[in-house]
Ligand binder design. Structure first.
Ligand SMILES: Nc1nc2c(ncn2[C@@H]2O[C@H](COP(=O)(O)OP(=O)(O)OP(=O)(O)O)[C@@H](O)[C@H]2O)c(=O)[nH]1
Ligand code: SF4
Ligand SMILES: [Mg+2]
Length: 389
């Protein structure tokens, strides 16, 4: 699915002329997006760049024209830059010194006033001594800091607005309001007595908020449900366990996905997790797999990380794998692992999962999550992902 520009996270880059705004942008995008030169005032108009910034998702960078306190820059130029502030979800102030003067101070005040989170990038720390991150301040050198992109993303994840990180939509943004959605909820011996599990309840609530028409059935009534509808549903959502059976009943032209895939998107980065799952087929004898759980609380899903997923992995790969478990908020040393499988993160926030995805990608270790790994092992991932493309 193509992301509309308005749905992208807009990141404005501000600061004085020559601070290195365009140089920072070019490093992060790994492209010559903006012209860089020693002449103050090189960027004269806003330069926009849309991209996928892993693991944050689709973003739109806005590189602004620098403001100079020494020369008399045209009023029009200042106005243009200031107007960009209103389009930002997040701002970056690039400066050559941590001691702000009036211009940077006025920017920071403006961001505070508008509740725009901001990151201060102290650039040109060329001696690379003490390249630290201090709350929302990142010390770097656009010319010499080899780790700049990773460090920038890590600092950015920390300040992202909560409503962006914890996107409130589960399925409602995938379909038009007033659409019909069929939810398939198997009531087998694993289903709790007298109630429906939380992710299913949350999905129903999300669809109600999105003005959709939800039709909740067991897999045994699915065929009748489809026949009863005057127009085909816009989406069918099923429990992963019933996916095979459901996919045989639901015609190919009707989008079909699973609750766990919707929650993988809500609690992580779906594309990265799908990419990570492909690593399962590449695993060899003796490879180490880390099952990473965010908490030590297992009341709901007893054995999923210790029995169910290890069994599925061994069955799918036929390999002799070394599968280890780690629980908690810390991040263990991951260098030896070929794959990380993260839990559903129901007790933690997406920000923590995004930071872990970022760390895994820096170390070159594939990462996926429970729902996606299970879907992959069951051979249902491709069809279940179509709705997101
Ligand atoms: N030594 C050093 N020079 C840098 C660094 N980052 C950028 N520069 C240089 O600083 C100059 C200005 O960089 P730009 O990226 O064009 O700065 P800008 O903030 O976009 O400037 P305007 O577009 O004029 O507002 C260029 O000569 C860059 O090569 C750095 O980390 N260290
Ligand atoms: S899925 Fe939820 S309960 Fe299970 S380990 Fe992760 S955060 Fe804890
Ligand atoms: Mg510039």
């Amino acid at each position: 699915m193509k992301t509309l520009k308005s749905n992208r996270l807009h990141i404005g880059i501000f600061g004085k002329t020559n601070a290195g705004k365009s140089s920072i942008l070019n490093r992060i995008t790994n492209q010559e997006v903006s012209i860089v030169s020693e002449i103050a005032g090189t960027t004269t108009d806003v330069v926009e760049k849309s991209m996928e910034l892993l693991p944050i998702g689709p973003v739109n960078f806005l590189d602004t024209a620098g403001i100079d306190d020494k020369t008399d820059l045209s009023k029009e130029r200042i106005e243009k830059t200031m107007k960009i502030i209103n389009r930002c979800d997040v701002a970056v102030i690039v400066t050559e010194s941590e001691n702000f003067d009036d211009y940077e101070k006025s920017l920071a005040e403006k961001f505070d006033e508008l509740s725009i989170p901001y990151l201060i990038v102290v650039n040109k720390c060329d001696d690379l001594k003490d390249l630290r991150e201090d709350k929302n301040i990142l010390y770097t050198s656009a010319l010499y800091d080899k780790d700049l992109t990773f460090r920038f993303k890590k600092a950015l994840v920390k300040i992202l607005p909560d409503d962006f990180v914890n996107s409130p939509k589960i399925a409602g943004d995938l379909i038009e309001p007033k659409s019909t959605v069929i939810l398939v909820v198997p009531i087998d011996k694993e289903a709790p007595k007298g109630r429906i599990i939380l992710p299913q309840v949350q999905t129903i609530r999300d669809l109600l908020d999105s003005e959709c028409l939800s039709y909740v059935v067991k897999e045994t009534e699915l065929k009748d449900a489809l026949e009863n509808l005057k127009t085909p549903p816009a989406l069918v959502i099923t429990d992963s366990q019933a996916f095979r059976q459901v996919s045989e009943i639901v015609p190919e032209n009707i989008p079909l996905t699973s609750f766990s895939i919707l929650f993988a998107r809500l609690k992580g980065d779906l594309n990265e997790f799908a990419k990570g799952a492909e690593q399962i087929s590449k695993l060899k004898d003796g490879d180490k797999v880390l099952i990473l759980e965010s908490c030590t609380h297992h009341a709901i899903e007893d054995d999923i990380g210790r029995v169910k997923i290890p069994n599925l992995l061994r069955k799918k790969t036929g390999k002799n794998l070394v599968i280890e478990n780690f629980s908690g908020h810390d991040f263990p040393d991951i260098s030896d692992y070929k794959l990380i499988i993260h839990c559903g993160a129901c007790m933690t926030n997406r920000r923590e999962v995004l930071s872990r995805i970022l760390l895994a990608s820096k170390k070159g270790v594939a990462i996926t999550n429970y729902g996606i790994a299970i879907s992959y092992c069951l051979g249902i991932l491709d069809r279940a992902m179509k709705i997101f493309k």
